[in-house]
Design a protein around this ligand. Structure first.
Ligand code: 5GP
Length: 237
């Protein structure tokens, strides 16, 4: 497959066209951002770690029957994915209270959420990804009710698969964000799954092993990502 022009550069990944109109190449960069791009830093090895982490998770999800855009890892920092028409809505499931939920509702960090919550956010940096709901998504044409129902069902199926996978590595999957798109009319999981877009705590000590280390200036960011990866079986060689 031939890599062609850059189509889009996000905060941590770039998207390239290929000679195949149905496929794109994602490159995972070392760039790390927080607070809607207000804080940016380059962290050595991050592109490689997240590319390998994401490939591993996407393969686990595909094996569990969840449709994903992931096709194959090409190199340390590149993967081939299906070209999706992205739906500009972020789906968030929370198993334990942290981050935005704690800030918004004043609940105690660490509180177990039973049943887990499901939230929708509009993907829009300029507006700081505001929280939305099904009605707004339908009215403004961001997604149809059928698409939203499918996205919600898939997001919870991902929870079943990944909660178990991380638990086997002595980790709590606190929360995570997923993005979906359409491939030939089918809802497919897109974007990435890495410690950049989820919260993972050590099950015993509740040590934070995800992007909160960067957001909160705790240090050891990539070391924590690698630790999580090693515990669930991601090979970094
Ligand atoms: P919160 O609403 O607590 O800030 O985020 C909930 C979960 O979704 C966290 O795991 C967070 O990392 C993830 N998340 C929400 N929005 C974004 C986003 O725009 N980018 C990334 N990388 N993760 C996000």
């Amino acid at each position: 497959m031939e890599k062609r022009q850059e189509l889009y550069a996000g905060k941590a990944k770039s998207v390239f066209a290929t000679d195949d109109p149905d496929h794109l190449i994602l490159t995972f960069r070392d760039d790390t951002s927080a607070f809607d791009g207000e804080r940016m830093e380059s962290l050595a090895r991050k592109g490689m770690v997240n590319n390998r982490f994401n490939a591993f998770i996407m393969e686990q999800l595909a094996a569990a029957g969840i449709p994903t855009h992931f096709t194959q890892r090409l190199s340390d920092t590149e993967s081939v994915v299906k070209k999706l028409d992205m739906i500009p809505v972020e789906c968030v499931v929370r198993n334990i209270a942290a981050g935005g939920l704690v800030k918004r509702l004043g609940v105690e960090e660490g509180k177990e959420l039973n049943p887990p919550t499901f939230e929708l956010f509009l993907k829009n940096d300029a507006l700081h990804d505001p929280m939305i709901n099904e009605s707004l998504a339908e009215t403004f044409g961001w997604a149809t009710p059928e698409q939203l129902a499918e996205m919600k069902a898939l997001t919870f199926r991902v929870n079943d698969v990944l909660k178990r996978l991380f638990a086997d590595g002595g980790l709590l999957l606190v929360d995570y964000k997923l993005e979906f798109g359409l491939f030939k009319g089918e809802i497919v999981l897109g974007d990435e799954f890495s410690p950049d877009g989820c919260r993972l705590w050590d099950a015993e000590t509740r040590e934070k092993l995800d992007k909160d280390r960067f957001r909160q200036g705790l240090g050891g960011v990539i070391e924590a990502y690698e630790e999580v990866g090693r515990r669930i079986g991601v090979g970094f060689d």
